[in-house]
Design a binder for this molecule. Structure first.
Ligand SMILES: Nc1ncnc2c1ncn2[C@@H]1O[C@H](COP(=O)(O)OP(=O)(O)OP(=O)(O)O)[C@@H](O)[C@H]1O
Ligand SMILES: [Mg+2]
Length: 330
């Protein structure tokens, strides 16, 4: 569809959205914030500003063409804001049948952008602590209590995926190493089985591009979470692992990771200064951090790992992290 087509489709909905939101239809200037047009993911995010009016964000997400998914994400965003009393952009209007959403524009930049621009390690610490603070706020507001952690379902999934790779039904880069790592993480499951783990709401897409940090030091002026998956309760390790591995891959030097660990101690300390809801000893965090290396690896298309420089860098980082976490795999 392309960028201009998507932009036109989004702006065509503006008169209806502005009426629902009770803001004037005239006088706003759109600016592109983000867009993607992939075979199964098509979306555009526009900022709309007008003199004397609070800034707005219009998001149109035609793909995936799953109305339940769009409605579920929207409901999750609204439920999170109700539970937390802040930290989530307010929804001003929605057209669920068109997969369109108008919300307040929150200030600041994504945690990913803040970290990319950091020039001192303290800035990375501050940003990571602020991310941890937001996630603890969200999990505390949706607290589902402590449970004995059961890695079984994740291990079964890992085993099925490994079998598919071994049989050639599924392509991943560096298949032999991927299989060895899968076996290693599956074996690790037993170490965590039955240990205490906290549960709470699951954001479902907890990466550094879905957290907005405002102020200096980053997060001092507020932190907001974006882009929720449909709500469900889960061990907190799912969200924590996704965020921390995203940080490990993009912002750390694998040399700084002690053997047997997934992140440098400095990064863990910074994150858990903010993430006071649970600690690094939480069994779901420990196990799912290791599982996340495989999850991220499996998401790199085998063909792209040969041709796409960014994917090659990601894969090299994951491989280096895997070798620190499991020195016996080297
Ligand atoms: N309410 C908002 N206020 C300010 N900026 C926003 C808002 N919503 C989205 N953005 C900006 O637009 C970007 C994309 O938004 P969003 O995460 O909802 O879409 P996405 O297509 O799922 O992106 P990605 O796949 O990169 O996570 C965000 O990373 C952020 O920079
Ligand atoms: Mg996003």
């Amino acid at each position: 569809m392309g960028r201009t087509g998507l932009e036109q489709a989004a702006l065509a909905l503006w008169p209806r959205l502005s009426t629902i939101a009770g803001v004037p239809a005239e006088g706003y200037t759109p600016r592109l914030l983000a867009w993607r047009d992939e075979p199964d993911r098509r979306r555009i995010v526009l900022e709309l500003t007008a003199p004397g009016q609070p800034p707005l964000v219009l998001k149109l997400a035609p793909l995936p063409a799953d109305p339940a998914l769009f409605a579920g994400s929207l409901a999750a965003q609204q439920a999170a804001l109700r539970a937390m009393g802040g930290g989530v952009p307010q929804v001003l209007a929605a057209l669920p049948e068109s997969h369109a959403l108008l919300m307040e524009r929150v200030p600041g930049e994504t945690a990913a952008a803040v970290m990319e621009q950091a020039t001192r390690p303290e800035q990375l610490d501050d940003a990571l602590e602020a991310c941890g603070r937001w996630l603890a706020w969200f999990h505390a507001a949706t607290d589902a209590g402590m449970r004995a952690y059961r890695p079984r379902a994740v291990c079964d999934h890992l085993a099925r995926q490994r079998d598919a790779v071994a049989a050639g039904r599924r392509q991943v880069p560096l298949a032999r190493e991927f299989i060895a790592l899968s076996d290693r993480v599956i074996a690790e499951g037993a170490r965590y089985d039955g240990l205490p783990a906290s549960a709470g709401g699951r954001h479902g897409d907890m990466n550094l591009r879905n957290l907005m940090l405002a102020g200096d030091p980053p997060g001092q002026g507020g932190v907001w979470g974006l882009d929720f998956a449909p709500a469900q309760s889960a061990p907190v390790g799912h969200d924590v692992a996704r965020l921390l591995l995203n940080f490990a891959v993009t912002c750390t030097d694998p040399e700084q990771i002690p053997e047997g660990e997934v992140l440098p101690p400095r990064a863990l300390a910074a994150f858990f200064r903010g993430y006071v809801f649970s600690g690094p000893e939480d069994a779901s965090i420990g196990f799912l951090l290791r599982n996340q290396i495989i999850a991220d690896w499996a998401r790199i298309p085998a063909a792209a790992a040969k041709s796409d420089l960014l994917q090659q860098i990601r894969l090299a980082a994951l491989r280096a992290i895997a070798r620190r976490a499991f020195p016996d795999l080297r």
